[in-house]
Design a binder for this molecule. Sequence first.
Ligand code: AMP
Ligand code: ZN
Length: 119
Amino acid sequence: MSDALNYQPDCLFCKIVKGEIPSNKVYEDDLCYAFYDIDPQAPTHFLVIPKAHIGSCGEITRGNSALVGRLFEVISQVTRDLGLTDFRVVSNCGAQAGQSVPHLHFHVLAGRDMTWPPG
Ligand code: AMP
Ligand code: ZN
């Protein structure tokens, strides 16, 4: 992996991108990676991440926001491929919001009724 991906040796999701930790891949391209959550909170639950390390939604800038657009293209493509028409996209930013892995990720959850507001 090149330095351009800002690899963080202590980051779980950087290690998943690099293949140092196994994952159940749903989708991959040059910039994006998607894999099933190890602790699913819905019948379908996968995560969409940039290969480059970005800490959270709080670190999105003009310089990297095109990549975030790509992540949403992936969400749209993968949900279509899986035949999902109803799903929820969630990104927790910061510990109080429930973020446990400090590498930007979008949860995609589907297959059950969702409540609002989220807890
Ligand atoms: P968050 O708590 O919003 O930061 O989301 C992190 C997600 O990563 C949680 O839903 C975890 O279940 C998931 N997770 C942690 N370790 C792994 C792993 N090795 N493979 C897949 N998902 C993981
Ligand atoms: Zn990372």
